[in-house]
Design a binder for this molecule. Structure first.
Ligand SMILES: [Zn+2]
Length: 284
């Protein structure tokens, strides 16, 4: 296909950030930093390799996802503990912040709520930045490994994909039928995963995670949450996923309680204020 005469001119138009975020309500990071210096650990949960766990995190509390034993990627889902249909909105989080998230970014919930569910308060991998391949850590690009895509591409049945792990975990913690829980599992935050798009074909790539035992990413739960974490069958995601081939390690979820003054002052963000009339006047 021949390019038009003004192709170069058209390509040279300036890139404009889709969502200028200067008007977003900003988290008070100095206050959060002060609070995290005064917190005490409430609970620890171990997520076994190729399995998931879904645990409650009360609003105003912090939770950490910690690397233990060896490099391992985790797939994170978040639900409003009082309404599981309000869940993490990976696509809008990506549109508002970036393809990869770190300290100061927030994890937004689905429409019509669109409010911060969690704020990232610490990330020991923040030093990684962007590598020579354009890769970064903690992406909101990937969806989660799932048995349907695996079936499509390989023809086989694999039951320990993150999608299935999260489905089983949510079903167990909320006593839901498997089919009901599955419909609530959603696109993830790929914790510790190192990903990007290839320069030539713009395909989604992964490479060995730089995470090491002791690294963690920490969040403030803005609202009452159920946090679901799957220790991905891809392990450090250096080679493959959707199989038992990769070396996998457990992960740890820690729940931390800040002091009473911080908890008492924490106000969960209200749901989005849009009228939901969608251009029609209300019917009587
Ligand atoms: Zn996975």
């Amino acid at each position: 296909m021949r390019a038009p005469a003004d192709a170069a001119e058209r390509r040279a138009r300036p890139a404009v950030v889709c969502y200028p975020v200067s008007t977003l309500p900003q988290p008070d990071m100095p206050r959060l930093e002060a609070a995290r210096q005064q917190m005490t650990k409430l609970a620890e949960h171990i997520v076994p390799p190729r399995e998931a766990l879904a645990v409650p995190v009360p609003a105003g509390h912090f939770f950490r996802i910690v690397s233990i034993e060896g490099p391992q990627v985790g797939d994170l889902n978040l639900w409003n503990a009082h309404d599981l249909t309000e869940r993490f909105f990976s696509g809008k989080t990506r549109a508002l912040h970036a393809t990869h998230v770190t300290t100061g970014h927030r994890l937004w919930s689905t429409l019509p709520h669109l409010r911060p569910m969690a704020t990232i308060t610490h990330d020991t991998l923040a030093w990684y930045g962007w590598d020579q391949d354009g890769g970064g850590v903690h992406d909101v690009i990937g969806t989660r490994c799932d048995p349907y895509t695996n079936r499509l591409l390989s023809g086989g049945e694999y039951h320990h994909c993150c999608h299935s792990n999260l489905t089983r975990a949510l079903a167990k913690t909320r006593n839901l039928p498997l089919a009901e829980a599955e419909m609530l599992v959603h696109d993830v935050l790929n914790v510790f995963m190192c990903t990007g798009f290839t320069h030539d074909t713009h395909q989604y790539f992964m490479k060995a995670s730089p995470v090491r035992p002791g690294d963690y990413i920490e969040f403030l739960a803005e609202i009452d949450l159920i946090a679901g974490l799957s220790a991905c069958p891809g392990g450090d995601c250096s080679a493959s996923h959707s199989s038992d081939a990769a070396a996998c390690h457990p992960m740890k979820i820690e729940i931390w309680r800040p002091d009473q003054a911080f908890l008492a002052a924490h106000i969960p963000p209200p749901p989005n204020a849009y009228s939901r009339s969608h251009g029609l006047t209300a019917t009587p």
